[in-house]
Design a protein around this ligand. Sequence first.
Ligand code: MGD
Ligand code: MGD
Ligand code: MO
Length: 765
Amino acid sequence: MHGSHWGAFRAEVNEGRVIGVKPFEQDKSPSQILDAIPEMLYSETRIAEPYMRESVAKHGPGAKRELRGAERFVPVSWDKALDVVAAELKRVKAEHGNEAIFAGSYGWSSAGRFHHAKTQMQRFMNLHGGFTGQLHNYSYAAALAVLPHILGTAEAAQGPVSDWDGLLAETKLIVCFGGMPLKNAQVDAGGNGTHRMADFLEQATARGIRFVNISPVREDLEGASNSEWIPIRPNTDTALILAMAYVLIETGKADLNFLDRYCVGYERFRAHVMGEDDGLAKTPGWASTITGVSEQKIRALANELASVRSFLNMAWGLQRADHGEQPYWAMISLAATLGQIGKTGGGFAFGMGSVGGMGAPREKVPSPTMPAGMNRADSWIPVARIADLLLNPGEQYEFNGETRTYPDTRLVYWCGGNPFHHHQDLNRFVDAWRRPETVIVQDIWWTATARHADIVLPATTTLERNDIGSGGRDPHIIAMQKASDPVGKAKSDHDIFTALSERMGYRDAFTEGRSEMEWLEHIYNVSRQLASRRGVEMPDFQAFWKKGWYEVPKPTTPFVQFADFRQDPEENPLNTPSGKIELFSERVSSFGYSDCPGYAAWLEPKEYLGSPAAKRFPLHMLSNQPKTRLHSQMDAGGASLKSKIKGREPIWINPLDAEARGLADGDIVRVFNDRGQTLAGVIVADLVMPGVIQFPTGAWFDPANPLKPATALEKHGNPNVLTRDEGTSRLGQGTSAHSALVEVEKFTGELPVISVRSAPPIAAE
Ligand SMILES: Nc1nc2c(c(=O)[nH]1)N[C@H]1C(S)=C(S)[C@@H](COP(=O)(O)OP(=O)(O)OC[C@H]3O[C@@H](n4cnc5c(=O)[nH]c(N)nc54)[C@H](O)[C@@H]3O)O[C@H]1N2
Ligand SMILES: Nc1nc2c(c(=O)[nH]1)N[C@H]1C(S)=C(S)[C@@H](COP(=O)(O)OP(=O)(O)OC[C@H]3O[C@@H](n4cnc5c(=O)[nH]c(N)nc54)[C@H](O)[C@@H]3O)O[C@H]1N2
Ligand SMILES: [Mo]
């Protein structure tokens, strides 16, 4: 038995080698990403032993940093590699202090909770006295910053949110901004035991629940067969939502009792919507010009929402945009105006469909986790400000009401994440990455991040070690049993940090004297005890390991978010200054941010179809999550490889836009703007509205000229050479990847060879 972020499976094993995988027999909709596992396990792109960049091997740490990403690698012994890593960690701490060590190391790692790479690394670094970390995530950083001001917690985006059972029981209409994409529900952090989103959408449709998909992409609600598609210009949802609130207020449908009893700031919100503060009424006519949705449609949808039990859902992706805080605040304000929050089947959620477990009914039993300890350096940056950190040490910036200063980074250790996948404006990022004195990367495969390191440490995949997989939202806990001998000289993340801890003099504190299996039993038992206190009896560890999985039961009655608050707001206040939902926040307003005022407002994104830049770059690029892999994981095999067009990532472009550019299915195009250029393959599809291209993330960054990537072509189809590297606002500082304009033209040159599907050039030892 085994597990991954995209599902549980059984490995077919022959003489210490995995020869196939079979989906977990309880899973009715297994993910296509599973197919890549055996291939990727023994892929040419595996890092088989430790390596050093050639200049570092010859001249020591710090040599020729400007060659990162453009040099050969030299194989070295584990002893030599670990000795150099340990010495560098000691040197940097002694000379510059712990905050000069960057080990935020954002990334999904693997599903196993014990060997979870980032956690193992941070546990190790905490024993070294700490490091500069990263706050929040790329998924919904703007939400994590703004929701606590409005609702007192970020639970509405993190879960648990109102569950499907409640929706199936009472809801008549579900309006989804950004849909509930089945492609995204394949995945959840820590694993999906079974995939049930498709089932939920089918059941809901069979019960006559009406779905509306407000999105530039029709496919975002493919699972609900009768859904209505309302195409909307990307990044303009706030305008649409304010206009729906306008209709409710104008027609006397605003629930004034709810607004009075459970909210503060309705008067300010109303004044803004009606244009009493700025002289601009947020009418359906006004919103229609901005969004491309007809006036009539806006009125009809607002009226329908008020006439039945209705539920609003917004994908996480909408806040991964310039002013990404606003659509979230706006949708909460609309839900409050409708007055159904806290009723079964009413209210709202963020991210149902963004991962598989959002909305899945599950008792609140804590999943097994590996403790990372305390970071005594108390140093961090908002997650997506990584390039700014490396480029601008000592510079001040604003974040959520604070003025902060970037520390001076001398050493970067990345383990379990791929910033050359996840970060924006990669050509800028390459420059940033060449600043620190030493870069250490611990990964399984030769990703672009590993290729840009000084010291590369090879980790095993989960199949080469024992672990426990468990997502905080998914009900399954999965025994991840070792199925393969290690590939080459790769070691588990835990073993690598144990060997480093030995060199640092704190091995016993790191391991606490436990072996791998003893750790698994220990972290399992911690969950088991906590579950027992909540009345859930889990089997003992031996029984669990033998069976291979455990399913946390579902609650006897549906979970309805804010039901307690609705029932008694005095007894169960929200954790906001007023104890109520803050449609106007004095606190946010007091920060004085023009890019995030104290209430939901339509603020024009710097790049969208209505901005001046659209004259030169007339297509809005949505670099959303890939259907065929998890981010950059499994890119070099299985479904991902099969989906490529002449080896490049496919984009979807509307027939009108394709025709205007003379493009046909299977063509290779150059996608470009002032930040970069990349090659992609064309799929002409009316699944995406005119003026928009869908360009999934995750193709391994592969610059034609690794020395100077910024002036060269990216060969493989990585949209992050085109995205903006700017925060959502001073409040959230999240990534604003979904606000990027591009142009597309046919590529007629000779197709460059892809370099990233094998190991980089290796020099002799
Ligand atoms: N343009 C654009 N960019 C985006 C987004 C977007 O919508 N648009 N989305 C963003 C979001 S939401 C996210 S979450 C990020 C995702 O960004 P990441 O989480 O960084 O992406 P992954 O590809 O999952 O990277 C995980 C890395 O860990 C490695 N790894 C896996 N298992 C192990 C292990 O056991 N040990 C070690 N040592 N390494 C391991 C993998 O090989 C891989 O290199 O991307 C963000 N970037
Ligand atoms: N297969 C697969 N599944 C995944 C992942 C993966 O890499 N692969 N990654 C996982 C991770 S880390 C995360 S955070 C989640 C992310 O989950 P989401 O944030 O929900 O994912 P996205 O695909 O970025 O966005 C969802 C949809 O929103 C639409 N959208 C984008 N911008 C706008 C807009 O301005 N307005 C409207 N109305 N719609 C818009 C896009 O069409 C897009 O398809 O997905 C998870 N699931
Ligand atoms: Mo994410």
